[in-house]
Write a protein that binds this ligand. Structure first.
Ligand SMILES: C[S@@+](CC[C@H](N)C(=O)[O-])C[C@H]1O[C@@H](n2cnc3c(N)ncnc32)[C@H](O)[C@@H]1O
Length: 350
């Protein structure tokens, strides 16, 4: 990022719309400069969340079908580009974008083409049917749900099962997480649930007693960002805690024979949000096929894991041996301890 190239007025206007929850009311992209400033700052930060999601999918051995990526509500196009960066133009040779703002579509197409000259890029319309000739298709949706009117959200939800796979990433707020749970519950009979879940049963967060909890994880900004004067200035001016990168996500798959997010024995668990760490023990909000429940890990049971939970450098997925609500044995699943870091929950700014 080069702060001298940012249009601060535009960023402040966008930030105001995101924070006040009014962004959905009208098109807010006024110029290509708006989009360039967003892409280098808020958009790049969203890209770090995508990096965390795609890294988890790789760890879990999942990949999108070879074919096209459709980026709905593309904005500057960060989600589509992150997909191509991760899986390559050979695997994903076509990017289609759609936004209610035509200049956003234009920016996303141009930026993608300049980053990946070999990529075929075009617009799509939300009503366009996918035909067998369209080939395998993955839909990506990023930081859009709070801007959609109920009818648009419903239409998008009905549209999901047309795709072979869907990757949907939202800010890690309570409201956005629960909105994704609604999407999950509406489509899980038509598509398999790959992630964040470790099972395909009813989401435990739909139980009224769990309504105050939400499913969120934390990404990790690239090394060097905290010491980068431009990022630090951006964060100060926009009131953003750079260390904190909460997100919620949902990955669905309609392909036959593709493994879902759990393990065969249905024993894998996900820890939602931050563990609450006390002197000699930690309270974890655990999600597995049985539902969601609070469990306790004593420091002495696994001092190494206890430390990683405290620092937020755990991978989020575990196999536990439990005795009542207490962990007796713990194993991190495919863990890359560098994947997640500590941060504050609830961050309404993309
Ligand atoms: C916060 S931006 C996110 C942009 C991009 N997906 C990202 O992650 O950086 C939300 C985008 O959704 C678009 N949007 C809002 N309502 C929409 C609708 N009903 N149909 C299509 N796009 C919409 C906005 O124009 C904007 O580009």
């Amino acid at each position: 990022m080069n702060v001298d190239q940012l249009d601060w007025n535009a960023l402040e206007r966008l930030r105001g719309a995101f924070l006040s929850g009014t962004a959905g009311r009208a098109v807010y992209w006024k110029s290509m400069t708006d989009l360039a400033s967003y892409d280098a700052s808020f958009g790049e930060r969203i890209g770090w969340k995508w990096d965390a999601v795609l890294a988890e999918l790789r760890r879990r051995g999942w990949q999108p079908p070879a074919g096209s990526v459709y980026d709905f509500g593309c904005g500057s196009g960060i989600a589509g580009r992150r997909m191509i960066r991760e899986w390559g133009v050979k695997h994903l040779p076509v990017l289609r974008v759609q936004d209610r703002s035509s200049i956003a579509e234009q920016f996303a197409l141009e930026r993608a083409k300049s980053e990946f000259p070999e990529l075929a890029v075009e617009r799509f319309t939300a009503d366009e049917p996918l035909t067998p000739q369209s080939g395998p298709a993955t839909l990506v949706v990023s930081h859009v749900i709070s801007e959609l009117a109920p009818a648009d959200r419903q239409r998008l939800m009905e549209w999901l099962p047309r795709f072979d796979a869907v990757i949907w990433v939202e800010p890690g707020t309570h409201a956005d997480s629960h909105a994704l749970v609604e999407v999950r519950e509406a489509v899980r009979t038509q598509m398999r649930v790959v992630a964040p879940c470790t099972h395909e049963k009813t989401c435990g967060l739909t139980a009224p007693e769990n309504g105050r909890h939400w499913c969120h994880s934390f990404g990790k900004p690239p090394g060097g960002v905290f010491a980068d004067g431009d990022w630090v200035r951006f964060a100060q001016r926009m009131g953003i805690d750079l260390r904190s990168l909460p997100y919620s996500f949902l990955v669905l798959d309609r392909r036959v024979g593709v493994a879902c997010g759990g393990d065969e024995a249905g024993e894998m668990s996900r820890v939602l949000g931050h563990p609450r760490v006390y002197k000699g023990y930690a309270k974890l909000f655990n999600c597995c096929a049985r539902g969601v429940e609070e469990i306790t890990l004593q420091r002495r049971t696994d001092p190494g894991l206890f430390k990683r939970l405290d620092r937020g450098t755990h991978c989020g997925l575990f196999r536990w041996v439990l005795d009542g609500g207490t962990v007796r044995e713990a194993a991190e699943v495919g863990g890359n301890p560098e994947e997640t870091i500590l941060g504050e929950a609830e961050d309404p700014i993309p």
